[in-house]
Ligand binder design. Structure first.
Ligand code: DAH
Length: 341
C-alpha cells in the first residue's frame, strides 16, 4: 500500500501539463469524483492498525499535492492562452474595458438641479476666480467688517488683494442680478475655496449650489414652501424641515434649514447627534441693499436665496463619513456609485 502511494506521489511530483487535455486527465485521476484516493481508502481496512495513521496522512498528501499542481498549471495555461491570443490575433475585439462611474458629487448636483428645474429654475454659472465686489462687497460685506472672517479667503494676488478664489457661489447671484431682469429663478452650482485645514469634516475646496428667486411679492412663505418641496423630493416624502434664525450679510431675515434625519426618521441617532435634525443650508430674503447694488429696484421686487453644500447632502444620502474621500480618486470608493447612475 505504501509503495503504491509513493508511486502516485512521485507521479504527481513529476507531472507537467503540456495542454488542457493532459491537465484534465490529471484532474480526473487525482481530484475527480472517482479519483484514486477513493480506492486507497477502500483498502484502508486492510492496513495494520499501527500503520493507519501514517498511511492516512500519505493519502491526504496525495490530494493536497495534486490540488496544488492542478491550480498551478491551470493558471499557467490560462496565462499562456491569453498571451497567445494577444500576440496572434490583432483583429480580435478588445477585452471589455471597465466602465467608469459618476462621481457622487455629480450625481447629487444633477439630482438637485432636476428637482428645482421641475419648478422653473434655470442654471447659471460664474467664474471661480472672483473679484471683491462679486464675492463680498455687493453682498453687503462692508470693508473690514468682521463678517468677512466667516470665510477664510485664498487671495490670488496678494498685492492686488481684491482678486480671490470665490468663497461661495453667492457671487453668481450678483452676476445674474446685474445682467438679468426679474423674474429670476436660477440655480448656480460650482466649486468654492476656503483656507481651511483639511480633515474629515473640512476641506480647502468643496461644492455649493446657490438658489435665487426674484420677482414681485416674493415672501418668506414662498421660500419655506420651495425648500419643503426640495427636502421631500430629495430625502423622501416623510421629511420634515425646520428653519432656525441665523445671520448672513446678504439676507434679511436669514435662516438655517435643518431636515429631519433620514437615518432615524427624527427619533435621534448618532448621525444627527440625537437631535433628530441635520443642518443642510443657509437661506433668507435677499437684503434690499443687495438688490440695489445689482441694479434691481428693491421697492418693486423682493426675493429669496439659499445656498447648500453638495458634499454635505451627498454625505447624508450615501452615508459618507469623510470629506477627503471625494477628492482622493480611490477607485474602491468611486466604483460604489455605479448602481445609482
Ligand atoms: N453663502 C453662504 C455660505 O457659503 C450660504 C448661503 C446662506 C447662501 C444664505 C445664500 C443664503 O444664498 O441666502 O455659507
Amino acid at each position: 500500500m505504501k509503495e503504491k502511494i509513493n508511486t502516485f506521489l512521485s507521479e504527481i511530483d513529476a507531472f507537467e501539463a503540456q495542454n488542457k487535455e493532459s491537465l484534465e486527465a490529471f484532474r480526473i485521476k487525482f481530484l475527480g469524483s472517482k479519483n484514486i484516493t477513493k480506492d486507497l481508502f477502500n483498502d484502508f481496512k486492510n492496513v495494520p492498525n499501527e500503520q493507519k495513521k501514517e498511511v492516512g496522512q500519505l493519502i491526504n498528501e496525495i490530494k493536497e499535492k495534486a490540488q496544488e499542481k492542478f491550480d498551478f498549471f491551470q493558471s499557467k495555461l490560462n496565462d499562456t492562452i491569453v498571451e497567445a491570443e494577444t500576440k496572434s490575433d490583432l483583429t480580435r475585439t478588445a477585452f471589455p474595458e471597465r466602465l467608469g462611474s459618476r462621481h457622487p458629487i455629480s450625481l447629487v448636483r444633477k439630482e438637485i438641479i432636476e428637482i428645482f428645474s421641475r419648478i422653473g429654475f434655470t442654471v447659471s454659472e460664474g467664474p471661480e476666480i472672483e473679484d471683491d465686489w462679486h464675492n463680498f462687497s455687493a453682498l453687503n460685506f462692508p470693508p473690514e467688517h468682521p463678517a468677512r472672517d466667516m470665510q477664510d479667503t485664498f487671495f490670488v494676488d496678494s498685492e492686488q488683494g481684491e482678486i480671490a478664489l470665490r468663497t461661495h457661489t453667492s457671487s453668481v447671484q450678483v452676476r445674474v442680478m446685474e445682467n438679468a431682469k426679474p423674474p429670476i429663478r436660477t440655480l448656480s452650482p460650482g466649486r468654492v475655496y476656503r483656507n481651511e485645514a483639511i480633515s474629515a469634516r473640512a476641506h480647502c475646496f468643496f461644492h455649493q449650489i446657490e438658489g435665487l428667486y426674484i420677482d414681485e411679492n416674493v415672501s418668506f412663505a414662498d421660500l419655506k414652501q420651495t425648500l419643503m418641496y426640495f427636502a421631500k423630493e430629495m430625502f423622501g416624502e416623510k421629511t420634515q424641515i425646520r428653519l432656525r434664525p441665523s445671520y448672513f450679510p446678504f439676507t434679511e431675515p436669514s435662516a438655517e434649514m435643518d431636515v429631519s434625519c433620514s437615518v432615524c426618521e427624527g427619533k435621534g441617532c448618532n448621525v444627527c447627534k440625537y437631535t433628530g435634525f441635520l443642518e443642510i443650508m443657509g437661506c433668507g430674503m435677499v437684503d434690499p441693499n443687495v438688490l440695489e447694488n445689482c441694479g434691481i429696484d428693491s421697492k418693486k421686487y423682493s426675493g429669496f436665496a439659499f445656498g447648500m453644500g453638495i458634499e454635505r447632502i451627498a454625505m447624508l444620502k450615501f452615508k459618507i463619513n469623510d470629506l477627503r474621500l471625494y477628492s482622493e480618486g480611490d477607485v474602491r470608493f468611486l466604483s460604489q456609485f455605479k448602481s445609482v447612475l
